[in-house]
Structure formats: structure tokens, C-alpha cells
Design a protein around this ligand. Structure first.
Ligand code: LAC
Length: 242
């Protein structure tokens, strides 16, 4: 059965923790910790802005979150170094399974869009540079509603944009908060159970990967009907889910 799939971008299609490598060159030994704190603060800032009913775009949020992550690690980088890291967001690598999976799903006739916190400019850049853009029919940014995930209007906007009932659109994300939010707004969802960011980044930074933290999903809601260990498992899992 052919349905529309809305992919999350950061953490699902491209890896923001890949910047741990660049950070580790600038801040030897602290790269991974700062990359993780940066990502954490970036998400926290989006949640807080939306709870405050305020909006600053994701480029602004990403810049502020980096400044916080550096300060909280007691490290500093000059403006040019920080700007280079921000620019790195346009060059984030796709996860190894992303391009093959999207091509496979496209060839199977699925409608493929992205739904992301990123600004339209950030999304066009990172999707083009990572080779994903050609598989994607439409890029939907939360910027269009000036609120971040998991505000229900973000997900409902995506369905409306595609002229679909919410349940006919399936959000695909590795971020449990995103999956829970999409389902709360009436969408279908699939969770990509990637290893915790730490293990991916640790191997990228050349250290031994810690053991995966386990099967933790979230405790706010039950997992969706489709849970896959990698994006390349999605096509068969969707077929099985009917
Ligand atoms: C996104 C966030 C969740 O791409 O990283 O929307």
C-alpha cells in the first residue's frame, strides 16, 4: 500500500553528531561531549521557545545552542570557528542507510517529503549536499508555521500541505519525542531505532563504541506500529503493516 512518508531530517537522515570530529580537532578530547550538549541544547531551546509561544528560526537556535554548549564545557572558540561549525550543518553526512532507503521507497511508489525543524535554506543545503534531495518530493519546514515540533500544528500543517488526512501521513523519525508528537497530532508514525547518538559519534571520533543503552523508547506513549532498526528495513515493514 502506497502512503506518504514525512521524514525527520536531523538524527534520522543526516547525523548532527558527525560534527564531533570537527569539534574534537578544535577542542581535543571534548568534541563528542560538546557535540552532544550542543544538540541537546538545540532541541531544548526549540521546546522552550514553542512553550513560550515565541519563534526564532533554527539557524538562530543552532548558533545560540553552540555558544551554550561551549560555555558549559568551559571552552571557547572564536567567532570564525563557531561560524565554521554552524556552516558544517549544511554539510552533515547522510547516515549510510538513508540514500538507499529513500531510493527504494521512491521506486516502490511512496510519496516522500521531509518535515523538519530546519529552515528552508538549511534543509535545501543539507539535503542537496548529502545526495538525498533527488529522492524527496517536497521539503516542509516548521518555519512555515513558526513553531517547533512537537507542536500539533506542525504535523497537521504537513498533512494539509499534502492534502491528506493526518492519519494518511506517516512521520518517520529516530527521535521518540517526534514520533510521540506526530501520533498525538493524529499522524501515523514509524520509529527508526538507531543506536544512541553516543555510539555513532564515539566510533566516528575513533573511540571504542559504548554498548547501546537498550531498548528505551519513551515513557510518554507506546511505540508506533512500525519500528525498524534501520531505514532500509522500512519498505518491507510498511508492506507488512499494510
Ligand atoms: C528535525 C529535528 C527533530 O529535523 O532534528 O526536525
Amino acid at each position: 500500500v502506497t502512503i506518504a512518508l514525512a521524514f525527520d531530517v536531523y538524527g534520522t537522515l543526516v547525523d548532527p553528531i558527525a560534527l564531533a570530529r570537527t569539534l574534537d580537532r578544535l577542542l581535543p578530547g571534548d568534541g563528542l561531549q560538546v557535540a552532544q550538549a550542543w544538540r541537546q541544547k538545540q532541541l531544548e531551546t526549540t521546546f522552550r521557545l514553542t512553550a513560550m509561544e515565541q519563534y526564532r528560526d533554527f539557524a538562530w537556535v543552532t548558533r545560540r545552542a553552540l555558544a551554550y554548549a561551549l560555555a558549559s564545557a568551559g571552552r571557547s572558540l572564536d567567532e570564525a570557528q563557531q561560524e565554521a561549525l554552524i556552516a558544517g550543518y549544511d554539510q552533515l553526512p547522510a547516515y549510510a542507510d538513508a540514500v538507499p532507503a529513500l531510493a527504494q521507497l521512491r521506486d516502490a511508489g511512496h510519496t516522500i517529503v521531509v518535515l523538519s525543524n530546519g529552515t528552508p535554506a538549511m534543509l535545501e543545503a543539507v539535503l542537496s549536499n548529502s545526495g538525498l534531495r533527488a529522492c524527496i518530493q517536497d521539503v516542509i519546514s516548521v518555519d512555515e508555521v513558526q513553531a517547533y515540533k512537537p507542536a500539533p500544528r506542525v504535523y497537521q500543517h504537513a498533512a494539509r500541505r499534502l492534502s491528506l488526512q493526518p492519519a494518511a501521513l506517516r512521520l518517520v523519525s529516530s527521535n521518540p519525542f517526534d514520533v510521540v508528537g506526530a501520533q498525538a497530532a493524529g499522524l501515523s508514525a514509524a520509529w527508526v531505532r538507531r543506536l544512541p547518538h553516543g555510539s555513532i559519534a564515539a566510533s566516528a571520533a575513533g573511540r571504542a563504541a559504548p554498548l547501546p543503552a537498550g531498548d528505551a523508547y519513551d515513557t510518554l506513549a507506546s511505540p508506533p506500529d512500525v519500528v525498524v532498526p534501520a531505514l532500509t528495513e522500512l519498505a518491507p515493514a510498511l508492506e507488512a503493516a499494510g
